[in-house]
Design a protein around this ligand. Structure first.
Ligand code: G6P
Ligand code: MN
Length: 445
């Protein structure tokens, strides 16, 4: 079975390959094709994978190409993990937004809109090519902003594109752990959009254990989201939000922390990753050791500004192990082998959340089998969540519309309607500044 990874020179590819190496079962991936625009990045990552595969007799064969159509032909699964504009683009997204006093995170607020505006046209082109060249392939979208990008692709691929994120799984796992439950046995009632969801319940053997957590300040203080949001706010909400909601509920503090930080996350990663690719690309370099070291540093510093403003301390060791690859592999396995399982995924809403239309991509628990991912019935969103979800989905729709029409006025509307952009004037200036800095936004007229 052939797996194609778009963004195959990306830093997280070894995580995926590592997970593939531990799969020896029937119907496993036997061929991995890495596609990237940058041959140098492909070379460095290929070196890491070769070291990982050393001594594994049935290691999937790896090839690399810069030809997209060749990469797609014959693929059973396509993992799409691209970064349009690279990390320099991410750093620019942050810088431009912060200069206007608003958040520039890659998936939330103005930064997420800018990133979405330049990613959607590329993702749509990929979706069209997949539909033509590999019509039976399943596309697993990792590309951020994942919900928006999955929705853009679903207009061409229907339910054959499924978006993934590791933050809901991580959250569910942390809650289960503090409650002393086995994460594999717990049903996590998580609903919302990507990076905009809430855990409203955690059922173990039919019993909701979340009230026990919300009632116990010591338990609430013992995991990442509990420390980020604080016991009082979690009790007020009656739910545990995804960590990305920290940017909404504590917007003023996070914007300030990012403005005061020596380097934004994107700028830090740009330096860190440039160093890694340079070194790992040199002949004879210990590519896997370099990758491991770089990865540990990346994981340890994830959302560090948020934790700092909240006084939340360091991340826990268990939270440093990633999780993307596990979700992707579990999903691929369930589809390829028809092994029914439940995963939190980004799929079309159908009738799951009554406040959204059927085509809106949402992030909810789904049953997965050979026919794909089917959202599990969910209780209606409480008012506070419905408000945010509808507002942000409306913004996503303006982004999709601007990407389709090339209308600058629609792009301004997308920024202006976002709950974290506080003025139409600011929205206009953001569009000016983003189009000036990003060649990928030249289509906006
Ligand atoms: C989490 C998020 C992903 C995101 C990653 C960013 O896993 O769910 O959507 O890509 O963190 O981490 P980074 O190291 O790029 O800041
Ligand atoms: Mn994510």
């Amino acid at each position: 079975m052939k797996l194609t990874i778009l963004g195959g020179g990306g830093f997280r590819v070894p995580l995926v390959y590592g997970a593939l190496l531990s799969d020896h079962g029937e119907g496993r991936v036997t061929r991995v094709v890495l596609h990237d625009l940058d041959a140098g990045r492909l070379r460095a990552v290929t070196r890491v994978l070769a070291e990982q595969a050393a001594g594994v007799p049935d290691a999937p064969e790896v090839t690399a190409t810069t030809d997209l159509d060749e990469a797609l032909r014959g693929a059973a699964f396509v993992f799409s993990a691209i970064r349009v504009g690279g990390l320099r683009g991410r750093a620019d997204d942050e810088r431009v937004a912060l200069a206007e006093g608003v958040l520039g995170q890659e998936t939330v607020g103005a930064g997420g809109i800018a990133y979405g505006l330049r990613t959607v046209p590329v993702a749509v082109d990929i979706a069209r090519r997949v539909a033509r060249l590999a019509p039976n392939a399943w596309v697993i979208n990792f590309t951020n902003p994942a919900g928006l990008v999955t929705e853009a692709m679903s207009r061409h691929l229907g339910d054959r594109v499924i978006g993934i994120c590791d933050s809901p799984v991580g959250l569910g796992r942390r809650i289960a752990r503090v409650l002393g439950a086995d994460p594999a046995e717990a049903h996590v009632d998580y609903v919302g959009l990507n990076h905009l969801g809430w855990v409203r319940g955690l059922r173990v053997a039919g019993r909701d254990e979340l009230p026990r957590l919300l009632a116990d300040p010591a338990l609430l203080g013992s995991f990442e989201e509990g420390r980020l949001f604080g016991a009082d706010w979690l009790r007020s909400l009656g739910a545990v939000p995804n960590e990305y909601l920290h940017y909404y509920y504590f917007n003023r503090e996070t914007v300030r922390a990012y403005r005061e930080a020596g380097k934004t996350r994107g700028a830090f990663l740009l330096d860190q990753q440039t160093g890694f690719y340079e070194r790992a690309g040199r002949p004879g370099a210990p590519a896997l050791a370099l990758w491991n070291r770089t990865r540990a540093e990346r994981e340890a510093t994830y959302m560090s500004e948020n934790r700092r403003t909240a006084g939340a301390g360091e991340r826990e060791a268990d939270d440093l192990s990633g999780g993307y690859e596990k979700v992707a592999l579990a999903l691929m396995r369930a589809v390829a082998r028809d092994e029914r399982t439940t995963l939190i995924l980004n799929v079309r809403n159908r009738s799951t959340l009554a406040v959204l239309d059927p085509e809106a991509v949402v992030e909810v628990p789904c049953t997965v089998d050979a026919n794909g991912a089917h959202p599990v019935a969910a209780d209606p969103l409480p008012g506070h969540a419905a408000g945010l979800v509808c507002a942000v989905k409306a913004v996503e729709r303006e982004v999709l519309s601007a990407a389709g029409s090339g209308s600058r006025a629609t792009a301004v509307k997308a920024f202006a309607l976002h709950p974290l952009v506080d003025s139409v004037t600011v929205a206009r200036r953001l569009v000016e500044a983003y189009t000036a800095v990003h060649p990928g936004l030249a289509y906006l007229r």
